[in-house]
Design a protein around this ligand. Structure first.
Ligand code: MBD
Ligand code: FE
Length: 285
């Protein structure tokens, strides 16, 4: 008897083709992936044309991706996938009673090797803006509350034109990025801008998907952080301006309540219009 491809037996045959040397984890997740892909395809009567359209989106995302543009990641982001894996990773890692700083997705615009700066330095260059912000706080152990020495705070955000420096030929290399290392007191402080909401890149597959789904491409104003300290789990997160639009409908689903912050008008400093205070709480491994 021949097995029709529509037959669920066919799916089992594909799963069973896995050889004995596949690791248990690979075996488990590919069996599940095949099952879900086949079920999805059967349930929706996916035709060759529709499958080809999806394939072309994937190929286009691949062709567009380089060290300035992670289009594949962006496609995952608009489907909420990066937020989901962030959530899962964070839950698996934590059985804590109290809460370290909540995580949020890394996103496609992180760059390694941002400039190493001194406390009190400014990450803004070549931009006239009235939204200078003095950001400061302490990095602590979330259980003991003790300050953490040697924590490296890696920060990045967009320019007022809505572009990260690698997207914008008019910004200096590594603009609006910096790494700051805490001393004994665990304190950090630096100058940045109060960021603005901005549209994620809209001229590729992620944009096509948003358009087809009748969704806007905007993210609320945010600042990214990657914080590392010896003996502690790294924190990948973002903070969001309470006054910003799109907190409720972020195009990439990254907002969490505990990450919403207040930019406070600041009188005490001729270099800054706003003050932003935020403490980061880390958990040990
Ligand atoms: C961004 O700026 C971003 O931070 C994320 C997570 C996704 C797309 C664009
Ligand atoms: Fe971002």
């Amino acid at each position: 008897m021949t097995t029709h491809k529509y037959d669920p037996q066919f799916t089992q045959a594909v799963i069973n083709a896995t050889g004995p040397k596949a690791t248990p984890r690979i075996r488990q997740i590919t069996a599940s992936l095949i099952q879900h892909l086949h079920d999805f395809t059967r349930e929706n009567d996916i035709t060759i044309d529709e499958w080809m359209a999806g394939l072309e989106l994937m190929n286009e995302a691949g062709r567009m991706s380089d060290d300035r543009r992670n289009e594949g990641q962006l496609v995952c982001d608009v489907f909420g996938l990066e937020t989901l894996v962030d959530e899962i990773t964070y839950k698996l890692a934590s059985d804590a009673k109290d809460e370290p700083t909540a995580t949020a997705i890394l996103g496609p615009f992180y760059r390694h090797e941002a400039p190493q700066l001194n406390m009190g330095d400014c990450i803004v260059s070549g931009i006239e803006s009235t939204d200078r912000t003095w950001m400061h706080g302490t990095v602590t152990d979330f259980l003991s509350g003790k300050p953490i020495e040697g924590a490296v705070l890696d920060v990045w955000h967009t320019a007022p034109n809505g572009l990260y420096e690698q997207q914008d030929p008019n910004q200096p290399d590594m603009n609006l990025r910096g790494r700051f290392t805490t001393g004994k007191d665990g304190k950090y402080n630096f100058y940045c801008l109060r960021p603005v909401p901005y549209p994620i890149p809209y001229d590729g597959p992620a944009g096509k998907i948003l358009q087809a789904l009748d969704r806007h491409p905007y993210r609320p104003a945010h600042i990214h952080f990657l914080i590392k300290a010896p003996g502690y789990k790294p924190i990948v997160t973002q903070i969001f301006d309470r006054q910003s639009k799109y907190l409720e409908d972020d195009a990439v689903f990254a907002v969490k309540d505990s990450l919403i912050v207040d930019f406070v008008p600041y009188q005490g400093d001729p270099q800054a219009e706003f003050e932003l205070h935020y403490n980061f709480k880390m958990a040990t491994f």
